[in-house]
Design a protein around this ligand. Structure first.
Ligand SMILES: Nc1ncnc2c1ncn2[C@@H]1O[C@H](COP(=O)(O)OP(=O)(O)OP(=O)(O)O)[C@@H](O)[C@H]1O
Ligand SMILES: [Zn+2]
Length: 649
């Protein structure tokens, strides 16, 4: 039960919610049931069928409509007299500037990507509005964190795992993991067959006999006149899984220390002519093109099954046939979308066939979809718990109850009887380039890298800037905006194509560049250091940003996982990965991590009575539920006496 004071704070608060998906739906419901009366919701998406299993404010009839608007209507049905303002928009749109953010007492994130989270973090810092963050880390669980300028760390005080990029040659020639096959199937093959034909594409292997291979490749992806869809599909299949692999095998150097792939031809897998279908690919006139399915026409039902090579081959050919026959008008414009069933089927099958060729284990559609779409599989119940925790922290923030702020992990595999794990938030990191404006360094070959590379790879991808402006001293090198004069636009376009050392105001070793984002009101200084060479495998960007992205020192197998969906950071939760991504353990830092002897300990050890975390949960602050084996510890209030954390260094 909320106190009178809390109720007052709740009633007078103006709250901004960003994201009305899995967490957002739960959050909106919990906010209104807790008495909040003025809520603004930003979400750029429309409702998909795949959202309905857990985004309970939405029904099938809402598919295709704005999430923010439908969520508003849904809660107004049971709380008709409150103010809910929906925006069907991207939070990065210019209208949501610092002045807009200043209107709110607290901002609550229910987002699913790093980019938007960093953007909101910067706006909250610039507007000096507290932020309560939430996110998921795969099967590790979810967490809620509180970010109050000057009092706690900001969302970017700790390095976040960024989406991984792979060297082109690993993807085109030497895949060793299933994810490499997915990237190949999605970004190369799918893009080549169904996307913008004018885009550069590294699909064809480089071979000793480059001239003949490119000649062979010249028109292979174009459908010949009168060619029937299955013939065309088999020709593409034979080219990418058969011929290209044979060409690659010709590069003997490549296979000296690697297992050789084996070429696969469709006639060897499916010797008999046409594949049999049941004609049941679903009618896209009724369900929309995104529900059309090759699985349905081949009577393959379970997305968790791993198809064999024959099944993958059938799906490949059938999906291609359906694209050609029923979605012809999409061809040339398609971008892979994880909610497009046929696209997911095609990419799964293509990735699996390539995996079979390279001796990599095959995966189910469900798994492939997760990898291709960077999906962190969400669970409705934990979303509800997380939403509750967000509201608890929001209420503390509204009352400036600083001492009781907590970041709370909700462990999806409760470890030794613990489901919720609250820890005190960290103080701001004094070397954070965002909230402490600490300069960064960039190692780059200033004679080879163009300004365009710097803008794309560093300013946009690494620094997450939306509307960047780049300066060297008082010289403006680059700027984005709608109101620029034509000659300026032409100047900047010319600068983009110049190497750094040849810019009108040359950028060489020792230069300090200032990069500013006008919308985020965020400035960052970058110290340039010239370096001649980069390792193509380990440094695929050809430049290295220092002072921010380094994870904490890696102990044996310590790595952080995530795809930007997580609010956790390497130092908040060091993850020990045994092999690949399974068998993961989470070690919350600061909580019993450093024992008296100074040795690091795992969470699994921390529930022992002697550990500091156990101390934190012991006594009358905890409530135990269930039987001894399956006990879940929940805190009765936010006042647990948790020992001060130490960072995991
Ligand atoms: N830049 C952004 N501006 C506004 N809303 C955003 C932005 N980025 C993400 N979102 C919203 O955040 C929500 C995140 O919700 P959730 O994690 O449940 O993902 P989802 O897209 O609904 O589900 P799934 O990814 O599992 O299909 C989505 O509704 C998405 O539209
Ligand atoms: Zn910070």
């Amino acid at each position: 039960m909320a106190s009178e004071q809390q109720l007052q704070a709740i009633k007078s608060a103006k709250v901004l919610m960003v994201g009305a998906g899995g967490i957002g739906c739960e959050l909106l419901k919990t906010l209104v049931l807790s008495g909040f009366q003025d809520i603004h919701i930003i979400d750029m998406d429309t409702i998909e069928v795949s959202n309905l299993n857990r985004q309970f404010l939405f029904r099938k009839s809402h598919v295709g409509q704005s999430k923010a608007k439908v969520a508003r209507d849904a809660v107004l049905r049971f709380r008709p007299h409150i103010n809910i303002t929906p925006y069907h928009a991207n939070v990065k749109d210019p209208e949501f500037n610092v002045d807009f953010f200043k209107e709110f007492n607290v901002v609550l994130n229910g987002l699913d990507n790093l980019d938007a989270r960093r953007h909101v973090n910067r706006l909250c810092l610039a507007a000096d509005v507290p932020l309560v963050e939430s996110g998921t880390t795969g099967f590790l669980g979810q967490q809620v964190t509180v970010h109050v300028k000057g009092k706690t760390e900001c969302y970017e005080c700790q390095p976040k795992p960024t989406p991984k990029s792979y060297p082109v040659c690993t993807i085109t020639s030497t895949p060793s993991k299933f994810v490499h096959c997915i990237v190949w199937a999605k970004d190369l093959l799918f893009a080549k067959l169904f996307g913008d034909k004018n885009q550069d594409n590294d699909l064809n292997v480089r071979s000793n006999d480059a001239a003949s291979s490119s000649e062979h490749a010249e028109d292979v992806f174009e459908r010949r006149e009168g060619e029937d869809p299955e013939q065309y599909g088999r020709r593409i299949y034979d080219h990418v899984f058969g011929y290209n692999i044979e060409v690659a095998l010709g590069n003997e150097e490549t296979w000296k220390n690697r297992n050789k792939p084996k070429p696969i031809y469709s006639k060897d897998v499916l010797p008999n002519g046409l594949i049999q279908t049941n004609g049941n690919s679903k009618d896209c006139a009724i369900d929309g093109p995104s529900s059309m399915s090759a699985m349905a026409s081949l009577s393959l039902k379970n997305p968790q099954d791993i198809w064999n090579l024959v099944e993958n081959t059938k799906i490949f050919l059938e999906a291609l046939k359906l694209f050609l026959g029923k979605r012809e008008k999409d061809i040339g414009n398609l971008i892979f979308d994880k909610d497009d069933q046929l696209a997911v089927e095609f990419v799964t099958a293509a990735a699996n066939i390539r995996a079979a060729s390279f001796g990599i284990p095959l995966h189910s559609l469900f798994e492939a979809k997760g990898i291709a779409g960077n999906i962190v599989h969400a669970v409705a119940t934990t979303n509800a718990i997380i939403a509750g925790l967000i509201v608890i922290e929001a209420i503390k923030v509204l009352q400036s109850d600083t001492n009781n702020y907590r970041m709370t992990y909700c462990l999806e595999h409760p470890s030794r009887k613990m489901l919720l794990m609250p820890v005190e938030p960290f103080e701001p990191n004094k070397s954070c380039y965002v909230c402490s404006e600490t300069p960064l360094s960039l190692e780059v070959n200033t004679n080879c890298s163009k300004l365009r590379d710097f803008v794309e790879k560093i300013v946009k991808n690494k620094l997450g800037m939306n509307l960047p402006l780049i300066m060297h001293g008082s010289a403006l090198l680059y700027e984005v905006g709608d109101d620029l004069e034509e000659d300026m636009v032409a100047n900047y376009a010319a600068n983009l194509e110049k190497v750094l050392a040849e810019l009108p105001s040359p950028v060489t070793s020792g230069t300090m560049i200032t990069v500013e984002d006008l919308q985020q009101e965020f400035t960052c200084s970058i110290n340039i250091k010239h370096r001649e060479e980069f390792d193509e495998e380990k440094e695929p960007d050809g430049m290295v940003l220092l002072g921010w992205t380094q994870a904490p020192p890696r102990e044996k197998d310590n790595v952080a996982v995530g795809n930007g969906a997580s609010t956790s950071s390497a130092s908040q939760a060091a993850v020990v990965e045994a092999e690949e991504d399974d068998d993961i353990e989470i070690i919350p830092t600061g909580v019993g991590i450093v024992s008296a002897a100074g040795t690091k300990r795992k969470l699994s050890d921390t529930s022992k009575p002697t550990s500091s975390v156990a101390d934190g949960y012991n006594g009358d602050k905890k409530r135990e539920v269930g039987n001894d084996e399956d006990v879940v510890v929940m805190l009765s209030d936010g006042n647990s006496d948790i020992s001060k954390k130490k960072r995991l260094q």
